[in-house]
Write a protein of this length. Structure first.
Length: 135
């Protein structure tokens, strides 16, 4: 772990595996002290996952990450639009309209799903409801 700027997701770490990994090395205190730092860093590297770097490529206007399928459709929509602008050919405009409508239907579907999950949990967990209302 040379790069100390990388954040690790300690909440999802496999700590049972880490304990077994650390306990399996050395039987005396002296042996354990000599290799402790090296083994801890190696164990963290093995058993603690790194979170995805969503914040590096997300747009400020996005509220939540989009799935790969939706991102692929958005990419195709953008590509069809640039091709249409370059050529002004109807063969590119019609697929653009198809992908534009597809992106909008998928994002609306995600929004409806989010609203449904919030409404289903609002009695048991009102904090989720009020967080949704505030945003």
């Amino acid at each position: 772990m040379e790069d100390y700027g990388i954040k690790l997701n300690y909440n999802k770490g496999n700590y049972d595996g880490l304990r077994k990994f650390l306990a399996s090395e050395g039987s005396s205190i002296d042996d354990m002290c000599k290799t402790f730092k090296h083994k801890v860093l190696e164990g963290i590297e093995t058993f603690v996952p790194r979170p995805s770097r969503y914040s590096t490529w997300k747009k400020d206007s996005w509220k939540c990450p989009l799935s790969k399928d939706v991102r692929l459709i958005v990419r195709k929509k953008h590509r069809m639009w640039t091709r249409y602008i370059e050529t002004r050919d109807q063969n590119y405009l019609n697929p653009y309209k198809y992908y534009r409508n597809k992106v909008r239907s998928e994002t609306r579907k995600l929004q409806r799903l989010e609203q449904y999950t919030v409404s289903a949990q609002c009695k048991q967990n009102p904090k989720i409801f009020w967080n949704y209302v505030k945003k």
